[in-house]
Design a protein around this ligand. Structure first.
Ligand SMILES: NC(=O)c1ccc[n+]([C@@H]2O[C@H](COP(=O)([O-])OP(=O)(O)OC[C@H]3O[C@@H](n4cnc5c(N)ncnc54)[C@H](O)[C@@H]3O)[C@@H](O)[C@H]2O)c1
Length: 232
């Protein structure tokens, strides 16, 4: 597989990029170019929700409110989830999570997931989008019997998980690697307004400023996703 942006492929930071027509999906004019650019991370969220079997009235816990966590929130909401708890250490991102559909937020800089959800009905699905080992384990512990833990975040190669909890509650733990067959769904969600991808855009750059675009999300509080327009 050749995947743009994954080493050794330089990606699409170029004025023109050639792709095989089989990989081209039409996007209606109602979807802005910026939203179209974010159909890729949206696909990660669609795949995570499919693996988590998110359905109407699901109780979902999303750990990590970066771009991936925030698309997971929106897809879970579009799937009909009625309780969407989001945990992060970044208050700015937690505020955006509420805007896009979170029904409860947890700042894990000052509280644990378990303490916060102690008196709540336990989540049925964990969409782990931080890559942080500690909050991943907290998320797994928070799941109710038969829950599904979907590990999207990529942290270290190895991770300690509470095995007794996984066994006693018969949890299903799975990873995800990108997605498959998600583009038509992604286009439909964006075109119908079920997801607001433009809300995730916090900076706009030309090709010459690509380096600033990449560092902005690391260095700017409140930044979520940079858009680089090669034609700007
Ligand atoms: N599986 C896949 O196919 C796939 C695809 C894309 C991205 N990813 C991975 O998904 C993860 C999320 O991607 P992103 O672009 O949103 O990254 P990101 O770094 O912008 O977001 C991660 C979020 O986790 C939060 N976080 C860190 N420590 C935390 C803690 N202790 N408790 C709660 N939240 C905490 C951060 O504050 C941040 O908001 C990354 O690890 C990325 O590599 C996986």
């Amino acid at each position: 597989m050749v995947f743009h942006a994954t080493p050794p492929v330089d990606g699409s930071l170029a004025e023109l990029v050639t792709i095989h027509h089989a990989f081209a999906h039409p996007v209606p004019d109602t979807v802005s170019d910026e939203a179209a650019a974010l159909l890729e991370p949206l696909s990660v969220g669609i795949w995570a929700c499919r693996k988590g079997e998110v359905r109407p009235a699901s109780r979902v816990l999303v750990t990590g409110a970066g771009p991936i966590g925030l698309v997971c929130v929106q897809v879970a909401k579009a799937c009909g989830a009625t309780e969407i708890t989001v945990a992060d250490v970044n208050p700015d991102r937690l505020a955006v999570a509420v805007e896009v559909g979170a029904t409860r937020i947890i700042d894990t800089a000052g509280a644990t997931v378990g303490d916060t959800l102690r008196d709540a009905d336990p989540p049925q699905v964990l969409l782990e989008c931080s890559g942080h080992a500690g909050v991943t384990a907290q998320g797994v512990r928070a799941l109710g019997p038969g829950g599904r833990a979907v590990l999207v975040g990529m942290g270290g190669d190895e991770l300690t998980l509470p095995l007794s909890v996984i066994q006693e509650r018969e949890l299903v733990v799975t990873g995800t690697f990108r997605y498959a067959g998600t583009w038509p769904t992604a286009v439909a969600l964006a075109a119908s307004g079920r997801v607001d991808l433009e809300r995730l855009v916090t900076g706009r750059y030309g090709l010459a400023d690509a380096a600033s675009a990449l560092t902005a999300v690391r260095d700017t509080p409140g930044a979520i996703k940079s858009i680089i327009n090669p034609q700007a």
